[in-house]
Design a protein around this ligand. Structure first.
Ligand SMILES: [Fe+2]
Ligand SMILES: [Fe+2]
Length: 229
């Protein structure tokens, strides 16, 4: 692929998925700020454009990771449901008791814990509701559209706006949790349960960025393309 300073960050990640790791390393948000050009993103992080371009181009030459942009909606939906949605369900099953455990053990010592508990509970409930809607309503409609693009397209724009709105809210919740926890810095008096909670939340956040990137930057543009035919 041609990687240029004016290429949007999300486009680089769509065409070269392995670059996610580099963007994470550079602290460049390909998920929620993927519309920025490489030049703008690099400048905002005080990085050297020349070095960033040469690392990305080297990776492009070596990379053999799947390019989701070239796959069908059916393959993409299978990846989202079987990998990311399943991962989320498993994570939440472990994180809920961890939040309760931390709150019970350390609640009296740290003022921020009730806020963390409230924020995580809100986030988890939101994620569950959102995934259920995708599994039960949204994805089946996208699959039907791919099968038969001339079928009714009623309500698609609303569905997609709602999906993007939910994603933005989920992103805001993770940012808020980072604020409350000072970027998941363990307090002096903590223990294994605290460590498990923070590392579980970080894993969930990391997976969520890939998950939402695939939905916002790969899946929805494919649906829009079908609708515009
Ligand atoms: Fe999803
Ligand atoms: Fe989603």
């Amino acid at each position: 692929m041609d990687i240029l300073p004016q290429t949007p960050v999300a486009k680089v990640v769509v065409d070269l998925p392995a670059s996610m790791l580099l963007f994470d390393h550079w602290n460049i948000d390909y998920c929620f700020a993927g519309h920025l050009t490489l030049a703008d993103a690099v400048e905002s992080m005080g990085l050297e454009m020349r070095e960033v371009l040469s690392e990305l181009r080297r990776l492009d030459k070596q990379s053999a990771t799947p390019n989701w942009g070239q796959r069908s909606i059916k393959d993409l939906v299978a990846q989202l449901m079987e990998v990311h949605h399943v991962f989320n369900v498993d994570s939440l099953a472990g994180l809920r008791p961890a939040v309760t455990g931390v709150l019970l053990t350390f609640g009296p010592h740290y003022d921020f814990l009730p806020y963390l508990s409230e924020a995580t509970e809100g986030l988890f409930a939101n994620m569950e509701r959102h995934m259920e809607m995708e599994n039960e309503v949204i994805f089946p409609r996208f699959l039907a559209l791919e099968e038969n693009p001339v079928d009714s397209t009623d309500g698609f724009l609303e569905i997609m706006l709602e999906m993007e709105g939910d994603h933005a809210e989920i992103g805001d919740s993770f940012r808020f949790i980072r604020e409350i926890t000072a970027n998941y810095q363990l307090p002096e008096e903590s223990g294994n349960i605290f460590r498990a909670l923070y590392s579980g939340l970080m894993e969930l956040e990391k997976d969520m960025k890939v998950h939402i990137h695939l939905e916002n930057n790969v899946l929805l543009p494919k649906v829009r393309q079908l609708l515009s035919r």
